[in-house]
Design a protein around this ligand. Sequence first.
Ligand code: GDP
Ligand code: ZN
Length: 290
Amino acid sequence: MKKARIIKIVSSRYEVLDEMGNRLLCVAMGKLRKSKSPVVGDLVMIEEFENQIGIQKILPRKNELVRPSIANVDQAIIVMSCKNPDFSTVLVDRLIFQVVYAQIHPVLCFTKMDLIEEDDIIHQKIKEYKESGYEVYVSGKGYACDELIQALKGKISVLTGQSGAGKSSLLNRIDPSFHLQTQEISKALGRGKHTTRHCELHEIAGGWVADTPGFSSMDFTNMDALTLAERIPDFQDYLHECRFNDCIHVKEPDCAIRNACEQGSIKKERYEHYVEIVEMIKNADRKSVV
Ligand code: GDP
Ligand code: ZN
């Protein structure tokens, strides 16, 4: 048996990439079909038989997304445009929360930088994300992509962000032969076809990018507030200093997160966006009790 990675699924055929870089077509073996189904991004053990290659085992996943179905994602690239559609830290932060909640590393990429003036407040906002420790890239017409290319190398990435934020343009700038099918996907979504569509990994800049944008739903109601707080990068240094172990950092006394906010070591804006999500979660819980 040898190890391989699933990069494409078409009905019951699985295209995998083995460690030598060969693309092979496989089928799922009987005992596998009874358990969980393999998804794109899965590391699997394959075995060659006389007339086919079979997937015998799925190796443990480090994370998994449902829509699109994909496992072992190394990073999610949150794409936000400076203009058209409008720049929004609310949206960036909500995407960060979703990504880290799924235990995926967030990478921020601000696009259409060519559309704003040098003194635009957006420059300050971007600086604040860097100060909070986020991995940040900027892009625009005429910008070089070297750093982003470096960031994609050897990793499985999912792109996320509003329609029109510049996801396909970004990938095309990195590799002109690449076509992320966002337009086709949004049309398919409109017709309710997304449930049948399979996701595929495409090679780009020495890494792999899913052809379907992730985190399309903005539903936070199934989240657990305590878990969310534990995974927010900005909060990491202060989490275990609150008076209460189960502090969700909203109204509790001696809260280290709120203190850090007052002192400016956590950005107020990010904290406020977190509190909005906690309110959403609480309201949803209240409704489900009634
Ligand atoms: P997607 O829906 O996120 O894939 O967005 P697209 O890549 O299709 O881009 C949406 C629109 O924004 C297109 O009309 C692009 O030409 C434009 N666009 C994308 N990136 C840039 C950029 O860096 N600068 C400018 N000025 N326009 C851009
Ligand atoms: Zn607290």
